[in-house]
Design a binder for this molecule. Structure first.
Ligand code: FES
Ligand code: FES
Length: 205
């Protein structure tokens, strides 16, 4: 693209971002042409794409991603699962929490390629096929455990991890083991009440 075109609409940063995302979002099947071309002795560069296969919400995904792509950006920008939120991109807020092989992980601190072959669960994967909410989702609704809702997907995924880890035995435990998930709307008392309800329901199931 010429400088004139860049100057007319897109900033250089926007242009670079759009270009890299478009290329990196291509499924592997579309990159077979370049794979057939003769290989050069040039060492792999930071912008080279790597093949990554993951299962996300029980669906297989085969992607070609820039090695620097975080799991969070892969989910949001390349797969279109925007339920997982970016609050800080530095591992400080918990908004990006997902489950990887059943364990809670901050997806902003995990490169997508580190998750090769793993099973990822995001908030979009919780609802049952007949539309029934997960007990933790239902409990958050029942207890008004959110206001703006931005922290909520991370809170819910973290709550599932907290319950599954056996760290929801008491309200103090819940507060401690949910302390990595920040809520600027200060819904904390309602979040604790929701987790108590969901914990008891999951135990009964
Ligand atoms: S966006 Fe990952 S911890 Fe804040
Ligand atoms: S509901 Fe708004 S940040 Fe938690």
């Amino acid at each position: 693209m010429s400088e004139a075109k860049i100057a007319s609409g897109l900033s250089r940063r926007m242009f670079m971002t759009a270009s890299v995302s478009a290329v990196a979002a291509m499924p592997l099947v579309n990159s077979s042409k370049s794979a057939d071309q003769p290989t050069s002795a040039k060492p792999a560069g930071p912008r080279d794409l790597s093949a990554v296969s993951m299962r996300i919400n029980k669906q297989p995904y085969n992607l070609a991603l820039d090695n620097r792509t975080s799991l969070l950006d892969a989910l949001r920008d390349h797969i279109g699962l925007t339920g997982t939120k970016k609050g800080c991109d530095h591992g400080q807020c918990g908004a990006c929490t997902v489950l990887v092989d059943g364990k809670r992980v901050l997806s902003c601190l995990s490169f997508a390629i580190m998750n090769q072959g793993r099973e990822i669960t995001t908030v979009e994967g919780l609802v049952s096929t007949d539309g029934e909410l997960h007990p933790v989702q239902q409990a958050f609704v029942d207890h008004d455990a959110f206001q703006c809702g931005y922290c909520t997907p991370g809170q819910i995924m973290s709550a599932i991890g907290c319950i599954n880890e056996g760290h929801a035995g008491s309200e103090d435990d819940i507060r401690e083991y949910m302390s990595g998930n920040l809520c600027r709307c200060a819904a904390y008392p309602n979040i604790v009440a929701a987790i108590v309800q969901a914990r008891d329901e999951i135990r009964r199931a």
